[in-house]
Design a protein around this ligand. Sequence first.
Ligand SMILES: [Zn+2]
Length: 254
Amino acid sequence: MCEAAVLCEIDPKDRMTLLHANLFLASLSSENRDFLLDRSTPVVLPLRTVLYEAEEVPTHAYFMTSGIASVVSTMSNGATAEVGVVGREGIVGSLQLLGPGRVPTHCFMQLDGTALKIPFSELKKAFRSSEEIRDRIQEFVQEQALSLSQLAGCNRFHEAEERLARWLLMVQDRTQSDVLNLTQEFLAMMLGSQRSTVTLVAGSLQRSGLIEYQRGRVKIVNRENLEAAACDCYQVTKHLYANLYKQRASGVGN
Ligand SMILES: [Zn+2]
């Protein structure tokens, strides 16, 4: 396959860097990791790149190696809300592996990044034939589902300012970067609020010395206090994220 050929031409050093950049791939046995790598192509994903559309079976899945993909729900009146984020811990397109149900969300790049792109049919074959790959993918999808159930309550009960703090921390955990290039439009989508609300709550966090906010750019300047400003949901999702793939890696699992 040409896509595998592209990856085979990559310097072995780069190949090692890529597989360690994605936490799911890094957690696999070398046999399964190489199987997936041989069928994948490294790609650059600019801001707003669509990774899958609502109601459609995706053509490809993505092992994220940097950046942030945003899972977004769109209402019938056109209003949108972010319902999930996927960074280097995950696989975009994994939810569609679990069954025949059409996924009503769509997914696009919210912070530009990179990934290893694999034909969806190849990942589906691997999902069916390898117990290890299936277990790890299910573990990731479970982490997403448990986070989402927490965030459903968060979006209903918590104020915009503490939700913004929680979300910025979640993104920083996945990018390991203090500076996040995020437009006001994206922040409004994430909060499910008007842009004027974003200006208000980001301004408040800035006045408290937790972030620096300019149009299209957020810098986290005091992470400790930002954690204190975030709602409890951050600690719940942080725990889920931190424990992802850990059970097998430490030899505790089956
Ligand atoms: Zn919350």
